[in-house]
Design a protein around this ligand. Sequence first.
Ligand code: NAD
Length: 350
Amino acid sequence: MNDPSPAHPPETVIPIADPASGLRGVIVLHSTRLGPAAGGCRFWRYDSDAAMMADAVRLAEGMAYKNALAELPLGGGKSVIAMPAGPFNRDALMRAFGRAVEALGGDYLTAEDVGTSVADMTIVRGETRHVAGLDAAEGKPGGDPSPWTARGVFLAMQLAARRLGSDLAGLTVAVQGLGHVGAHLCRDLHEAGAKLVVADVDADRAEAAAREFGARIVQPGDIVAAEADIFAPCALGGVLDSRSVPLLRAKLVCGAANNVLAAPDDGDLLARRGVLYAPDYVVNAGGIINVAAEHLGWTAAEAARRVEDTPRRLAAVLDLADANALPPHRAADRLARQRIARAGRERKRA
Ligand code: NAD
């Protein structure tokens, strides 16, 4: 988990409850300065209300930074629904959630996240139009964001590798997790001439990558320490911590997973070990760009143009890091906070 105490408190925290359907959760608007607070809805089992709240607050702050650095006219937020202990009617619960989103009058834009699906968001759409992540209409953005996310990660990796003086061709990339994003990323890397080392807890997925891309398979527990030039975490968050960072052989970390660093200090440790970290929320914004495009009515071409621009946005973060002798994750946070603060000042002047 990232630092549980956010450096900047959220603008608004709205508890949501509907006893009839069993809905219990919270919507957190970290910031609406750049636009509606956009961020998905997580449906998860929590040990306590405090744990649920902490998760929502942390995730909302991350979304605000991701959206700001993706140059989207969106603030950042997140909603979390606690999994009811007993049986419940999913349709009624999602409808109640949709009404809670609608009550905010467009200050919050929801979409799917861990534990929710396109089907859930389609139910939510019955109660509010402030929802994205629905099925894509012909030629429009929307639908599965994973190919967009993978494309942004690939382009960012290309830029970061060049900064270390090399093309991807001939380099070895260790890909952890071969799900929606990881599988697309492997294809792009293979086509670019990179060699692959892969791991997935689902052995079939690893075998498919070996067949299709000639990837070498290692056990899930060995992927961080695999002999590779680049480590691409595309499974779970928190994979780099004080125990795993010293095992890393790669000189670059660039992947799709959210919250790759267990804590900000782990990013400092990476920097001290001479490993370049391409910050997660800078490189994995392809999915939220697709969601934003769907909501804002952009064309698929406009969404694609913005995803293709990922290397420029990463370069701005790495330049700031170099200029200020900061590790990249801290430079990314600083740049995001500056953008949000500037938007606040501009709004006051207007
Ligand atoms: P996914 O669930 O489709 O794939 C995750 C894969 O990781 C699965 O194949 C799973 O078996 C594997 N896995 C789980 N634990 C593992 C372990 N310990 N070792 C190796 N493999 C393991 O998810 P996804 O949509 O591909 O997303 C991957 C990551 O990227 C997630 O952290 C997600 O939050 C993040 N992300 C995804 C998107 C998107 O557009 N899908 C956007 C931004 C961020």
